[in-house]
Design a protein around this ligand. Structure first.
Ligand code: MTE
Ligand code: HPA
Ligand code: MOS
Length: 687
């Protein structure tokens, strides 16, 4: 991937030159004077066009189990359909930014807003032609990232570094919001075409599905995103015969990239559409069809990519939520509302989720940490993870505090730097605390073991009799403070510094067959949402959402609640109002907050009940049996899209399948209403 366009500009907005100046204004006016002669080429802009021309950034990816073609032929019922979902701009409050500071020799320090300092280090080294040991990347925190800074920050940092090298001065590159939205990647929009075979109960026998992802001009992370889509196009459902065909479509638009959920949300939208389609066709309740298809025991516990679902709690968690919210009563209230109100209609829908935790490339599932204890008992902590508002630094510091049994404010969480913890993975795939928490635990445990030996000698007892509690270290009735023991350890000439390392066990993945156990475990959750739609304007309001989310044994329930709420609202934006529009020439027209609408505080559901599943430790030995939380709850917002569809389906008494893509904007909802009424012969009821 070239940092700047070379001879061919691949999309409108593709950066092709960079200017450094003493002030931002001078740089901007100089850049404005650059004249470019373009010869306009014929672009490929849409997924459909790319599919037609077989224009891809990588080979198509086929994931299969059984024989979908013959199972479709023999199935009692068979349906075909098409649905699409839009992309999404990350809209982090802090846009992309890098400050490159040249040092002595060939050295370069780059302060970069990035989820992936190591990849920035590699790319900066590459463009400068220097080894990794000459490049240091550092950051204390990002003002939000959401996947947008997993790979994309490399370009910003590389440009800043080149300009810093040629000018021999520090260079800061900060994109304006409009430039940021134009030149950096977004969530992949997808097109799905499917055929499903099922029996009279709604039990799925086969699915053949095309998943077309818009990659944009280069591959970036598209094949990984598509892999995750292929692995989540089952959601919680057992599909005995599956043929999932993934196409990484190349288009002359900005390269799409990681975004919270990383292809998972897209795959799940597709299968949820299929479940709903089956229900409408058979005249069954959607939740009934869901129940008939959940993963179970025996052969029904294995995914289409060969991983067994051994930690399945989806029906337990749904049962618990259904009991707590009394869904039958809720449905009756919605029905009553719809009988009494001719214009504003309500819809209700559930969304269960099963989300795989681990990077789908096994090699990425590793982390390092560095812990120093000083002789005054204060602790200096580094790990390879990055902080973007998700609370990772707090969680990792908690792990160290818990290990040493000391107060968290004794611990200095210092900036992430490639000079202290090398060869890291991106803080992504929700695995930041799983990986870095465990690496920090291992580092702290090494030091604790050494301190324990010193204490045992000091008190003349066995190591088993030493225990750490309340900032002190005890041997029976005797004790010293943690800092006294630190001092004593130093005097005994025992090291108070250690690195820690962690690799996720038991995972494997075969990229040729797309089979294996890519995930260490699954995270589960369920949400029921109620929406009101205005059938005259297409406007919607989420009137209530109830969430029950699995966090294992939560490391920090307050942070996790924040993550659940934030992810859910971000997902709500994706399925309802955030719409990326390109004109016919391929120019992105929605590149600022005036044209691209993210949810505001008033869009939050009127009633919003969020709960963490209790007494549900991770069955795998993760750090303190916790589970990852960053991405999974985003997909719970698909319940809103489904509830809107439920409200539209009500208009013709649930006789017809709703044709409505995501995002369900007012325009699309009005079109869906017209469409469903027309299919009902224009005699639609508004009862
Ligand atoms: N929360 C905030 N406040 N800001 C963010 O940028 N990114 C999300 C999620 N939560 C994000 C966030 C994404 S995409 C991921 S993968 C995880 O945080 C990454 O952090 P974790 O692995 O430590 O959960
Ligand atoms: N999630 C996020 N980022 C990634 C992944 C993933 O599964 N794989 C590679 N980069
Ligand atoms: Mo998150 S999309 O894995 O950075």
């Amino acid at each position: 991937e070239p940092v700047l366009a070379d001879s061919v500009v691949e999309y409108i907005g593709h950066p092709l030159a960079a200017v450094a100046a003493e002030t931002m204004d001078i740089a901007r006016s100089a850049a404005a004077r650059i004249e470019v002669d373009y010869e306009v080429l014929e672009p490929i802009l849409t997924i459909e066009e790319a599919l037609e021309h077989e224009y891809y950034v990588a080979d198509p990816m086929i994931m299969r189990r059984g024989d979908a073609a013959s199972a479709l032929n023999t199935a009692p019922h068979r349906l075909a359909g098409e649905v699409s979902c839009g992309g999404q701009d990350h809209f982090y409050l802090e846009g992309h930014i890098a400050l490159a500071v040249p040092g002595e020799d060939q050295d370069m320090i780059v302060y970069s807003s990035t989820q992936h300092p190591t990849e920035v280090q590699h790319r900066v080294g590459h463009v400068l032609g220097v080894p990794s040991n000459a490049v240091t990347i550092e950051l204390r925190r990002m003002g939000g990232a959401f996947g947008g800074k997993e790979s994309q920050s490399t370009i910003i940092a590389a440009i800043a570094a080149v300009l810093a090298r040629v000018s021999a001065k520090p260079v800061k590159l900060r994109l304006t919001r409009d430039d940021d939205m134009t030149v950096t990647g977004k969530r992949h929009d997808f097109l799905f075409r499917y055929e499903v075979g099922f029996d009279g109960n709604g039990t799925i026998q086969a699915v053949d599905m095309l998943l077309g992802a818009r990659a944009g001009n280069v591959a970036d992370l598209t094949t990984s995103v598509l892999t995750r889509s292929l692995c989540h196009a089952d959601n919680c459902y057992y599909i005995p015969n599956a043929l999932f065909r993934g196409y990484p479509c190349k288009t002359n638009t900005v390269s799409n990239t990681a975004f919270r959920g990383f292809g998972g949300p897209q795959g799940m939208i597709a299968i949820e559409e299929i479940i709903e389609h089956i229900a409408r066709h058979l005249g069954l309740d959607v939740d009934t069809v869901r129940r008939r298809n959940y993963y179970g025991s025996g052969e029904r516990d294995t995914t289409h990519y060969g991983m067994r679902v051994t930690d399945n709690i989806i029906t337990d968690i749904i049962d618990q939520l259904e009991r707590e919210v009394d869904i039958t009563l809720w449905r009756a209230t919605v029905d009553a509302w719809n009988r009494d109100n001719p214009v504003v209609k309500k819809g209700l829908a559930m969304m269960p989720i099963k989300f795989g935790i681990s990077f789908n490339a096994p090699s990425l599932n590793q982390a390092g940490a560095l812990v120093h204890v000083y002789t005054d008992g204060s602790v200096h902590l580094n790990h390879g993870g990055t902080e973007m508002g998700q609370g990772l630094y707090t969680k990792v510091a908690q792990v160290v505090a818990e290990t040493f049994q000391i107060d968290i404010d004794t611990i200095k969480i210092s900036a992430t730097t490639t000079a202290k913890v090398p060869n890291t993975s991106a803080t992504a795939a929700s695995s930041g605390s799983d990986l870095n928490g465990m690496a920090a635990f291992n580092a702290a445990s090494t030091i604790k073991d050494r301190m324990t030996e010193v204490a045992a000698q000091h008190f003349d007892v066995g190591v088993d009799e030493i225990h750490f509690a309340d900032n002190r270290v005890y041997a029976g009735n005797q004790s010293v403070s943690f800092c006294e023991l630190a001092e004593l350890t130093w005097r005994n000439r025992v090291s108070l510094s250690a690195t820690g390392f962690y690799r996720t066990p038991d995972i494997h993945w075969d990229v040729a067959t797309l089979k294996g156990r890519p995930f260490y475990y699954f995270s589960y959750g369920v949400c029921v949402s109620e929406v009101a739609i205005d059938t005259l304007t297409g406007e919607t309001k989420v009137t209530r959402s109830d969430i029950l989310q699995d966090c294992g044994s939560s490391l920090n329930p307050t942070i996790d609640l924040g993550q659940i709420e934030g992810a859910f609202i971000q997902g709500m934006g994706w399925v309802t109002m955030e719409e990326l529009c390109w004109n016919d020439a391929g120019r992105l027209m929605t590149h600022g907050p005036s044209t691209y609408k993210i949810p505001g505080s008033r869009d939050v559901p009127t009633i919003f009940n969020v709960h963490i599943l209790k007494d549900a430790p991770n069955r795998e030995p993760t750090i303190f049996r916790s589970k990852a939380i960053g991405e999974p709850p985003l997909m719970l917002a698909i319940s809103i899209w489904l509830a809107i569809r439920d409200a539209v389906a009500h208009l013709t008494d649930y006789r017809h399948h709703v044709q409505l893509n995501s995002p369900a904007t007012p325009e699309r909802i009005l079109t869906a209403i017209e469409d469903i009424r027309a299919r009902d012969g224009g005699t639609a009821t508004t009862k």
